[in-house]
Ligand binder design. Structure first.
Ligand code: NAD
Ligand code: GDD
Length: 322
């Protein structure tokens, strides 16, 4: 019998890529979101425009037929959205309400396999102050001290899904994503993350010009290409391991290095102007020991490969917008 999957947040970046992959695997897929995907038509068999904060919508879209449910809907964005403090109440209220509704309805409809997307933003700020040696091992989560309300909501919600496992025999799976990037991701408007923002700035700059970088550029991160993220989601969901587990790259770079990689791909040497901006933690890198141990798999694609595809796509968007 054809397998059936429900993707919540299917109009977003990761959700829309996941729908494509599930369709390629032969699934019947229902997507739900406040909006359709922005950059390509959805491949879902059924796409419901609906607000998952509403219990009535959750009752309508979550039904017993689903073998797998992927919960990616959230109020989220990059540093320019989550670290300004201006959206804290919305982020906490919107995402927590979605998660409370979704996990309870899945339980009541007897759906066992539910994937939940947490974030590296739940790790304590005190372990991410040294840009060269951040600690993001899964067991370093406590004592909890995320540096954003977004991170606190993620921590609460991952505990929520795991509580349903313990008390109701569900098989929820929890991943902590580390900065996912790729084509068809948000690249402008204020919610974009560093890889997309840098690609946009480089593509928009005049030859020999300069681009603005938030902070001194020595803050570090790792960035995971979308295809490897989707691979990790499916492997974890179908495994016996509930998590939480990091899904991220362990190729840590400084933001200055990220800029240099993009300018090289673009063939456009540019000056960097470091300006004030929302910064987040000083250093972050995915620790991939646990995923390797539990799933026998870890992401391994070089950052430069994903950046080439992403830059080419964003460059086309920038040209189209001129
Ligand atoms: P995204 O913003 O592109 O997708 C999220 C989708 O959720 C959006 O399309 C949005 O419209 C939808 N949504 C928000 N509120 C909704 C509501 N009330 N009802 C229905 N839909 C609603 O983000 P993404 O990058 O695809 O991220 C997917 C998930 O992964 C999110 O939970 C995010 O917090 C998590 N995550 C992403 C990253 C990353 O780097 N992209 C990192 C860590 C965690
Ligand atoms: N967005 C952005 N835009 N960031 C910039 C820019 C710019 O133009 N210039 C420099 N940066 C710096 C930010 O100041 C930050 O220090 C770093 O690049 C990374 O910023 P983001 O990619 O926006 O976010 P993040 O890594 O701090 O957090 C992201 O990853 C988490 C998971 O690891 C966010 O997407 C979170 O929502 C996500 O959960």
């Amino acid at each position: 019998m054809q397998k059936q999957a429900l993707v919540l947040g299917a109009g977003g970046f990761i959700g829309s890529h996941l729908v494509k992959r599930l369709k390629a695997e032969g699934f019947w897929v229902r997507g739900v979101d406040l909006k359709f995907p922005e950059f390509a038509e959805t491949e879902a068999d059924d796409f419901v425009i609906g607000d998952l904060r509403e219990q009535s919508i959750c009752r309508e879209v979550i039904d017993r037929r689903f073998d797998e449910v992927y919960q990616l809907a959230a109020d989220m964005g990059g540093a320019g959205y989550i670290f300004t403090g201006q959206h804290d109440a919305d982020i906490m209220h919107n995402s927590a309400t979605i998660n409370l509704n979704v996990v309870d309805l899945c339980h009541k409809r007897n759906i066992k396999r539910v994937f939940y997307s947490s974030s590296a933003c739940m790790y304590p700020a005190y372990n991410q102050e040294d840009p060269d040696n951040p600690n993001c091992a899964e067991d370093s989560a406590y004592p909890a001290a995320p540096d954003s309300e977004y991170g606190w909501e993620k921590l609460f919600s991952e505990r929520l899904y795991l509580a349903y496992n313990r008390n109701f025999g569900m098989q929820c799976r929890v991943a902590r994503f580390h900065n996912i990037f790729g084509p068809e991701g948000t690249w402008t408007g204020g919610k974009e993350k560093a890889p997309a923002a840098i690609c946009r700035k480089v593509a928009s700059a005049a030859q020999g010009g300069e681009i603005e970088i938030w902070g001194d550029g020595t803050q570090t991160r790792s960035f995971l290409f979308i295809d490897e993220c989707v691979e990790g989601i499916l492997r974890l969901t179908r495994s016996d391991f509930e998590g939480p587990v990091n899904i991220g790259s362990d190729e840590m770079v400084s933001i200055n290095q990220l800029v240099d990689m993009v300018t090289e791909i673009a063939g456009k040497p540019l000056r960097k102007r470091h300006i004030d901006g929302p910064l987040g933690v000083r250093g972050r890198n995915s620790d991939n020991r646990l995923i390797e141990e539990k799933l026998g798999w870890r992401p391994n694609q070089p950052l430069s490969e994903g950046l080439k595809q992403t830059y080419a796509w964003i460059e086309r968007q920038v040209r189209g917008n001129r």
